[in-house]
Design a protein around this ligand. Sequence first.
Ligand code: BES
Ligand code: ZN
Length: 872
Amino acid sequence: MDHFKGQPRLPKFAVPKRYDILLKPNLSDCKFGGSVAVDLDIVSDTKFVVLNAAELSIASGSVSFTQKASSKVFKAIKVELMEADEILVLEFPDLLPHGVGVLAMEFEGVLNDKMKGFYRSTYEINGVKKNMAVTQFEPADARRCFPCWDEPACKASFKITLVAPSELVALSNMPITEEKINGALKTVSYQETPIMSTYLVAVVVGLFDYVENHTSDGVKVRVYCQVGKANQGKFALDVAVKTLELYKEYFATPYPLPKLDMIAIPDFAAGAMENYGLVTYRETALLYDDKHSAAANKQRVATVVAHELAHQWFGNLVTMEWWTHLWLNEGFATWVSYLATDSLFPEWKIWTQFLDETVEGLKLDGLAESHPIEVEINHASEIDEIFDAISYRKGASVIRMLQSYLGAEPFQKSLAAYIKKHAYSNAKTEDLWAALEEGSGEPVTKLMNSWTSQKGYPVVAVNIKDQKLDFKQTQFLSSGSHGDGQWIVPITLCSGTYDSRKNFLLQGNSETIDVKELLGFSILDDKSRWLKINVDQSGFYRVKYDDDLAARLRHAIGKKCLNETDRFGILDDAFALCMARHQPLTSLLTLMSAYSEELEYTVLSNLIHVISPYCFVLMLLFCWCFYIPFISKSCDFPARKLGWDAKQGESHLDSMLRGELMTALAVFGHDPTIDEAIRRFQAFLDDRNTPLLPPDVRRAAYVAVMQRVNTSNKWGFESLLKVYRETDLSQEKTRILGSLSSCPDPNIVLEVLNFLLTPEVRSQDVVFGLAVSKEGRETAWEWLKENWEHISKTWGSGFLLTRFVSAIVSPFASFDKAKEVEEFFSTRTRPSIARTLKQSIERVHIKAKWAESIRNEKQLAEAVTELAYRKY
Ligand code: BES
Ligand code: ZN
């Protein structure tokens, strides 16, 4: 039996066709029992059947194989669960007959508290704590609920039956066919599913309310949530109905199931999970409260719903063949969620926010410790870590790059053909390229291989000389060193106006283009004529302009000739190049001055998120001389324009911007903002519905309040804890958790961190509390070390653990600290955090190197002074 150990994939001698599963969760003692009967096709000579199972006890005597044709029964003579490999090896006395038989067995397990497999979540009704039973199987935890062939390519149909307390709601992927009540228990049977992968099977048992609607072609859609909160499900319901109709058109295939349920689960590790016909969500990602949710919460709900529903086609109907192709699922769903959101809410200008995805992808992929989009997976424990910015954000970005290159229509047509061809089956990355190549006539496979099979991306240096544009690509690394990757880069450019857009493929290392030939006009004659490469930032690369081109762009930004995406893209590239020491800091600072009157959400929020962590490094080095220009020019100006109170009918983006700006000002310690926030917060404490503190600015106010908290004045902290304890809205709790540790007093930070580990904070939410102030960083690191054993035990079996490491380690900027972190983890690392740890340490090195190098920049003081006193 030992030769089945250590294999990444199950042997192929038996193929499951249909599962008949009975599950009986006991919500009082948190155990479950069950049985499974699998229609199994024996396709080669074997005495063994090998499938997945973990943390289950299998009743050995119950394991049998009954040949369909002859009804002959084979009893297993040995049943061994190999926990390290999560496989169950069954040995039979003789070779099993080829053809279909039924493999049957009974098992028992525990409803665990780890938010994976078959688990327990808790909620309160009228002050009484209750349990619910929930499943979360992706990537590889169906095996913790029932023995199965737990690989995405092993598709089968599922006939599920639940035995549950009669008074509770019991849901699964398909509609109920029969419900038999027998005293305190009921037996609920569901329609058999179409063939699908195990990771998409789901059941939920608990007490819920729901709201319901139908799509135009009769798909019944429901949103289930805590009792009494049905109203909060209406927004997601509306988005879901419209999105289903939209995807039906876009994929040219109807939604494949008769119903779609979406349900809010109080304890949930990810944001949401696309189980076929029964999508599970964190409460914050599904529920929207008219009075207490912010614009950003609304947008989150819409995009998460759009993402999960995209999976119903892309992922559920057509499934990746193996986890190596996970990015197909996640990258694609991420990209298409923008398409759906844009169609439903055009006023949100959601494509301008797509830049967040690209920027986060570029940031992670600029590390030497990044990985290719397609990544080899050898053990189930390695899968969790690839649900990262490479699979999601780089994945979505390269799809966007390809779609812009091929054009919207050929892209959609080819996708529809791909879905049709692989429906109820599996596909690999190359299958998608083949469909797009066929539909567009372009060399998609060759082009895209360069983006999916190697890590990293290029920086394209552009120089202009004598009417000729010189393009040269090299691999960009944030550390400043050069890699040797090479890509086929879809270059887009425009000059003077967006109508002049042109494109070509940069295939080799470099290429020289005659500008006049390409654009039809010269750009040298007119000094004010600008040239933007990577139009709309739709390519996954950075651009380095020569001084002449950079000056023209700066001018164009000041004059508002460029759209918001390009305005931000230029800044983000300049920033990254400066960090990598390809450009001096002075050129970045000069460029930043061109944004002094910026008012757009996209540009400002990215400016705050991407650049401000590094501003702290600058502030540490140069103190206030950097603080003044950054704050007063980039945040205070637009914040004054927006004010604290929402204008009637103002845009969604302005509502979001207000919160971001006020939060940034508070974090930077801007006294007028903090004073005003505290005044409004006091009003809020007296009346939670006060118009003085609408949801969009609450987090800002909470952060502001925490700036004034210290060990001798804990009023703000205690007040926030009171609000935390009193609210039953998860979004409110999250806002509070996200602000507490921004306190500049390290002793308070420590109190906050310890509070995170109390039962008052659900383990799904602890990571929100790790956004620690710069003053509290050291404390947080000490705390992490001290509590590592407990933390790694509690969160050790999922991807949330990696967030502790990255949130606490990455902000450091010194070589000594990097060494200390390395030493601490040298004996404590494990496969599931290995990559994140290396990436976090690399980030610390990069910042340390940068800080060292700019210390010596002579012109810096001059540039900063000039900026600080320039009128705005
Ligand atoms: N399939 C994932 C859920 C998931 C994530 C399962 C990690 C197992 C491990 C789901 O479709 C997803 O991507 N959810 C996102 C939200 C989305 C809007 C980006 C999430 O959970 O953050
Ligand atoms: Zn997803």
